[in-house]
Design a protein around this ligand. Sequence first.
Ligand SMILES: [Zn+2]
Ligand SMILES: [Zn+2]
Length: 299
Amino acid sequence: MTMTDRQARDLPLDAHMHTDLSPDSNVPIDAYAATALEHGIAEIAITDHVDFEPGAPAFAYSTFADRERVVRDAAERWGPQGVAIRFGVELTYDRSWEADIRAHLVGHAYDFTIGSVHDRVSSPYSPSRVAGWIAGRSLAEVVAPSFDEVTAAARSGLFDAIGHIDGVKRYVYPHIRPEAFEAAPDLYEPILRALVESGTALEVNTSGLRYTIGVTFPHPAIVTRFHELGGRALTIGSDAHRATHANWGLDDGYAIATTAGFTDLTFRRGPGTDRVSVSLPVPLAHSNPDGSGSRMVRS
Ligand SMILES: [Zn+2]
Ligand SMILES: [Zn+2]
C-alpha cells in the first residue's frame, strides 16, 4: 500500500484537519485546499489546536487572529474554484479548564467547534507511565480518566462535535489492543448518552487507520449503537497533520456512517448559524436496502 492510496475521492466533507498553525502539523493550508480540489472533496474544516493547559504543545502556539486570517483568506481564494473552507477549531477539553474554554468561545467566533480529550502533561497515558498505569487495573479503570472527561465534554454543550471519543485506544496500544475495546461496548454508553442528550455530534475519526493500531475512533459498532440510542448528529474527519494524510480513510468513515443508519452529517458553516445537514453519498456497490453490505467497512 502506498502512502496515498487511502486518500479519499469525491466526498462532501472532511471536518477535521490541522495546518502548520498547529504545533504538530507542517501543512500549509493551500496544500489541503489543492488536494481537496484535485480529489473532489467539496468542503473542509480547518480545526487547528487550541489548548488551555500551560505546557501543552498548543498552549498559545498561534493566535486567534492569525488562524482566522489564514483560513478566511484561503476560503476566499479557493471557494470560487470549488473548495469550501471553514474556520474551525479543536479545543482540548478537561473539566479543570472548562471555564477557560467557555470564555474563549464567547469572545472568539468559529464556524465549527470540536472538543477533544488529549493526553495531558501529567496524564497516566504518557509513554513513560502507561504500562504502570495499566498494570493491575480493569479496562474500565484504565480508560476512566479519559472517558470521564469525554463524557463531561459531551455534557458541557460547548462544542458542535466531540473528537475521537476513544482516542485513548492509541495511548494504551499495544499493551491493550483495540479488540479489548470492541469487547466492552458498555464502557461507551455514558459517552453516547451524553452526546444524544446534549445534541452534540459524534465524530468518526479516521486517523487511526494510518497508525499501527489500524482502526477508527470509535469503531463501527459504537457508531451503530449511537444511532440506536437516537443519536442523529455525526461528523467525519481525517484529522490530518501531514499533506499525505489529507482526507485519509474518509471512505471508511462514510461507509461506517451509512452502515450505522445515517443519511446525513451534521455540520456548522458559520458562528451562530444553524447547523446544516450534509447528505451522505449513496453507497455505490453491493448495498442492500437496509444499508448493510456497504463497501469498505472495516470490522
Ligand atoms: Zn485531537
Ligand atoms: Zn485533531
